[in-house]
Each structure stands twice: as structure tokens, then as C-alpha cells.
Design a protein around this ligand. Structure first.
Ligand SMILES: [Zn+2]
Ligand SMILES: [Zn+2]
Length: 465
């Protein structure tokens, strides 16, 4: 408040910290209290998951820890090992009154050899805290609606593939837990209106994350063995077919669009130098900015594979592996999240207010300009949350944590260390509060859910879905 006294403007202490005290959204104090109340118990949950890393579909400790925690929360109905997946689970809090149905996804899996180097323990923390706080606000204020928390296994992509048998679309080690849950009806069963999730990193905070669409595939060539010196003309060289294809892909790379990425490696390159190679195979990963573009690019890549077969006479076999859609962020949800998130930022030292010019990425303000926000949130990586975003409005904000000593981002041992700290946990709780804020906005602001759905429909039309 500003008061004029004899030509002086007096600025009260509250005014000196405007982001928290003045523009703080109405339900923020309630959300804050709800999350602070469970924070110590949740720290133990977070630590247990982080210190016991488990691979996709094997997140047994995480599953048990999280379901036990949710069973202790008042009024939640918990279903362990849901939808035919041992480590998937659901927890539902229903007001009993028809209203918006908010869902949160809860990731749990780690990476082979480097533990929780993707910080999925922090994702679990953020989602669990957000769900509990949202339900608390619904209860306290007698609102209408339902909160659904879904334990989603196996986000991380396929394991390194070295043999044909590991590349199948229904491989249980192939990631894509959310896709399996979508197919099993987990979201439809609860008539979910939208889905919220978050992801840690070391760059700036942002609300609108765009990831790449991706498809893993395996190409195999079947030729004919022959003595390489005595009668090579009787053979069909499968390795030559694969090398020709690989070179054709390399040529194609010169004409690809920004966002297109094609990577491959050879897994089978023949038996011996003195035998014409009867069999050769390789694994490829193709990425593009959108599903539609990925479809076009895959056709071009297959032309390269055909070239190998045509040149050598080998037979080509093409097997599509795991595929994730690009993540399409929902802007109305992003705006709601950003409002809460920015209100929760620490004031910059000396300035008395939070600022987008903060030198620490983890205290960076989310830009109000959503085009800029989305630019900052563009990632070449892929996630099965992308498939969620094609099925319903989705928000997956990225948040920065303090990096480890080497300053490395996700999928590095350094980030594994960083994601286990008390400070990273605090950052995840802050994200939980902002996610809950976005959820509460949908539950309390007339017409917002309609806006969210309309924006999603428009985005899907733009994506050509
Ligand atoms: Zn990851
Ligand atoms: Zn991840």
C-alpha cells in the first residue's frame, strides 16, 4: 500500500515483496499448508525412492512406498498393481459431487547403471504433494470434483537393444507405461479431464514443455552365405545392404528439417570375413518435432532402407519398436501454473522481489509471454507424457534444481546426486504447490476447464492429429 505523507511515498514492508504478498493467488496459503504438513513424511518417501533405484516395470519399492503413503492420507481410495501392471497404481479422492476430474501422473523409474539420474523421485514428490493438496482444498471449501493420482511405471525408453528379440512393440522392458495405462482405460475409467506432471532439469523454470515425437525401429537384411573368396558371386551380402542404407540415411540428414534427428547403430554385421554375410541388422531411432512430421520422416528413412535392399538383392525386414508422441503443452493450464509458481519464488537477494533476471536458473521466473515460455521449454528428448497430451489436455512444466558438482543435466551420474538432495526435494515441493494451484484454478474458476479443453482441441488440429 502506498501512502502520501507530506510529498513522501511510504512503501510498507508487504509492498517490498509484491510477488508473494500482493499477487499471491487466493488458495495458495491453503495449498502451502497442506503440503508443508506432509513434507517430512514425504521426504522419507522421496529419499527411499531415490536411494533404491528400480528399472521400468520393476519399481516395486517405489510402488509399495507410494501406495502406503497414500493409504495413510484421509479419504483416498488406493488401488495397488492397477490395470494389469504390477507397479502401476491409482489413488482417488472423490468429493462425491460432479465436477472437474483432475489427474496427476507419478513417475517412479530409474536408469540402468546410473540410478535416479532423471530425477523421477522428484516427479513423484511433486505429483503426490500436488494431489494431496488439491484434495485438501476441495474438501475444506466443499468444492465439486475428483482428484486421480496415477502411478505410471517405465517412462524411460527402450533398454539398449542388441538382439532381435528385444525389439517388439509389446516388450515389457520397453518403457511406455503411460501408453499401456491409456490403452487399459486408466484415464477413461475415471473420466479424467486433464493431466498434470512435471520434470526436473538444470536449465530455467518453464511451464510449457515441448518434446520430440520418437520411434525406435529395427531393420534387418537377409542375404545368402557363400565363400567370400572362392565363390562370392553366389552370395548376397546383407551387411552391404545395411551399409548402403546407413550411408543413404547419412545423405538424407543433409535435407532434414530442424528437429529431425536420425540415429542408428549396427548390432549384427556378419559372422566372419571369409563368408559373404547372410544376416545384418541395426537399430535406429527417428525423432521429429511433431507426430505428423515424424510420419513423413519415417517414410524417407524407409526409402533409404529399401535402397540397401535394391542395391544388393537382400530382403529387408522393418520392425517398429517403442514410439512416443511429442508433448503438446496446454496454455491455459500453463498460465495458471506460472501464476502460482512465480508467486512462490524466493525474493532475489537485495531486490526484495523475485525477478526473471535472477542469475540462478532454479529461481528463474516463468515468462508471462507464453511464446517465450514455450521456446524455453523445447526439448529434443521424448516422453510417454506426449501420448497423454494427444489424449487429453496436459501440462508438464520443467523445473530447475541446483546441479551437482560437474553441472551436468539429466541422464548423468552428476544429476543423480543432485536429485537426491534436500534442496532438490524442496524445489519439487514448490512445483507440487504450483501444480495444485493450476488444479485448484480449474476447480474454482468458472469456464476455465472449457478454455483448457478448447485450447487442446485447437492444438490437436494444428498438430494434424
Ligand atoms: Zn529420462
Ligand atoms: Zn525423465
Amino acid at each position: 500500500m502506498q501512502v502520501d505523507v507530506d510529498d513522501f511515498v511510504l512503501v510498507s514492508h508487504e509492498d517490498a515483496m509484491p510477488t508473494v504478498s500482493q499477487s499471491a493467488p487466493r488458495y495458495l496459503p491453503e495449498i502451502n499448508d497442506a503440503i508443508e504438513r506432509i513434507s517430512e513424511t514425504l521426504w522419507e518417501v522421496n529419499k527411499k525412492i531415490h536411494d533404491n533405484p528400480e528399472l521400468g516395470y520393476e519399481e516395486f519399492i517405489a510402488h509399495d512406498t507410494l501406495t502406503s503413503f497414500m493409504k495413510n492420507m484421509d479419504g483416498w481410495k488406493v488401488t495397488p498393481s492397477a490395470y494389469g501392471l504390477k507397479t502401476a497404481w491409482t489413488a482417488v479422492w472423490d468429493s462425491g459431487k460432479k465436477g472437474p476430474v483432475i489427474s496427476f501422473n507419478c513417475e517412479m523409474d530409474a536408469l540402468e547403471g546410473i540410478g535416479h539420474a532423471c530425477g523421477h523421485n522428484l516427479i513423484a514428490t511433486a505429483s503426490v504433494s500436488a494431489a494431496v493438496a488439491t484434495a485438501q482444498v476441495v474438501k475444506t471449501n466443499s468444492l465439486a470434483g475428483k482428484v486421480v493420482l496415477i502411478g505410471t511405471p517405465a517412462e524411460e525408453g527402450t533398454k539398449p537393444q542388441s538382439s532381435l528379440s528385444t525389439v517388439t512393440t509389446n516388450s515389457t522392458t520397453g518403457g511406455g507405461g503411460k501408453i499401456k495405462l491409456l490403452q487399459a482405460g486408466a484415464y477413461k475409467d475415471h473420466q479424467v479431464d486433464l493431466n498434470l506432471l512435471s520434470h526436473p532439469g538444470i536449465t530455467r523454470n518453464h511451464a510449457l514443455t515441448r518434446t520430440s515425437a520418437y520411434t525406435a525401429l529395427r531393420v534387418e537384411y537377409f542375404g545368402r552365405a557363400a565363400h567370400a573368396a572362392a565363390s562370392p558371386w553366389l552370395g548376397i551380402n546383407a551387411l552391404d545392404a545395411l551399409i548402403t542404407a546407413y550411408n543413404a540415411v547419412s545423405v538424407l540428414r543433409q535435407q532434414t528439417m530442424p528437429g529431425d534427428v536420425i540415429q542408428g547403430h549396427i548390432t549384427d554385421g556378419g559372422a566372419r570375413p571369409n563368408i559373404i554375410h547372410a544376416y545384418a541388422a541395426g537399430n535406429f531411432v527417428v525423432r521429429a518435432n511433431t507426430q505428423a512430421r515424424l510420419g513423413e520422416l519415417l517414410k524417407r528413412v524407409d526409402t533409404c532402407f529399401k535402397a540397401g535392399a535394391t542395391a544388393t538383392g537382400a530382403r529387408r525386414k522393418y520392425t517398429i519398436g517403442m514410439a512416443y508422441a511429442d508433448h503438446v503443452p496446454n496454455r491455459p493450464l500453463g498460465a495458471a501454473y506460472a501464476r502460482y509458481f512465480n508467486a512462490l519464488l524466493l525474493p532475489e537477494e537485495g531486490s526484495g522481489s523475485s525477478s526473471s533476471s535472477s542469475s540462478s536458473p532454479w529461481e528463474s521466473e516463468i515468462p508471462v509471454d507464453q511464446d517465450l515460455d514455450e521456446m524455453l521449454g523445447r526439448s529434443g528428448a521424448s516422453t510417454d507424457q506426449g501420448d497423454i497430451s494427444y489424449a487429453m489436455p496436459s501440462l508438464m512444466p520443467g523445473f530447475a534444481i541446483v546441479p551437482g558438482p560437474e553441472g551436468n543435466g539429466p541422464h548423468s551420474p552428476d544429476f543423480e546426486q543432485a536429485s537426491g538432495t534436500r534442496d532438490a526435494f524442496a524445489k519439487a515441493l514448490r512445483v507440487g504447490k504450483a501444480l495444485a494451484g493450476a488444479a485448484v484454478d480449474v476447480l474454482t474458476i468458472e469456464g476455465l476447464l472449457g478454455e483448457v479443453k478448447l485450447a487442446w482441441k485447437k492444438s490437436m488440429e494444428e498438430e494434424g492429429a
